[in-house]
Design a protein around this ligand. Structure first.
Ligand SMILES: [Fe+2]
Ligand SMILES: [Fe+2]
Length: 208
């Protein structure tokens, strides 16, 4: 696998088996619809974070969030293009229980709130990377080179976003405090993911 080393380096507490990729790719239209909404949410999240810069180190914050939002909007356009070419279409509403559950871990209060939002954003990016790597391999095995190449291309972009959010998080507080929170959230993410229902979604649970 081209990105095996990068996947191994991700600090996630659980790994997705290849069987999950085959299971969700049995319904590629609904997987693409879910994916499109995730990209939309990721763009909106970056736009929302754009106005939350901490007083002390605003330089670069707005530009970074603008860049992430632009990347996510480009991903959205790519997903929608593939979706439409395969006869699907976007719905009006969408529910992502995984992201909802993770956002509930965000503490209230200015500094903790922004730190947690950055770390949760980093977690979602890291997990998306991991899932795209599994999907890329599964799509290749299912003779779908278009989707395989697409997931490979997104992998690098989301890995970059993961690093950006984590780096910003580590600028917010002293290293020991961020380390502590980051390790709590990494453990929580694996639990949240394991509780998700199975189905054709990027952050779905495994069939048992
Ligand atoms: Fe994206
Ligand atoms: Fe992203």
């Amino acid at each position: 696998m081209v990105f095996a080393d990068k996947i191994d380096a991700l600090p996630l507490h659980s790994r997705t088996p290849g069987a999950w990729g085959h299971a969700v790719l049995a319904d590629p239209i609904n997987l693409l619809i879910d994916h499109a909404f995730l990209e939309k949410k990721a763009a909106m999240n970056a736009m929302e974070l754009m106005t939350r810069w901490p007083e002390e180190w605003a330089p670069g914050w707005v530009e970074t969030m603008t860049r992430v939002a632009r990347d996510e909007a480009a991903h959205l356009a790519q997903v929608v293009k593939i979706l439409l070419s395969r006869g699907g279409r976007l719905g009006r509403t969408h529910k992502c229980q995984y992201a909802t559950d993770l956002r509930q871990l965000v503490r209230k209060g200015e500094t903790g709130d922004t730190l947690d939002r950055l770390l949760v954003s980093a977690l979602i990016e890291a997990r998306s990377c991991e899932r795209f790597s599994v999907l890329s391999v599964a799509a290749a095995e299912l003779n779908d080179p278009e989707l395989s190449a697409f997931y490979t291309a997104l992998f690098s972009s989301e890995l970059g976003h993961f690093k950006v959010f984590l780096r910003l998080g580590y600028k917010m507080m002293d290293k020991a405090a961020v380390d502590r929170r980051w390790h709590q959230l990494l453990a929580a993410e694996a639990k949240v993911l394991a509780q998700q229902l199975p189905g054709p979604r990027i952050h779905s649970g495994l069939e048992i």
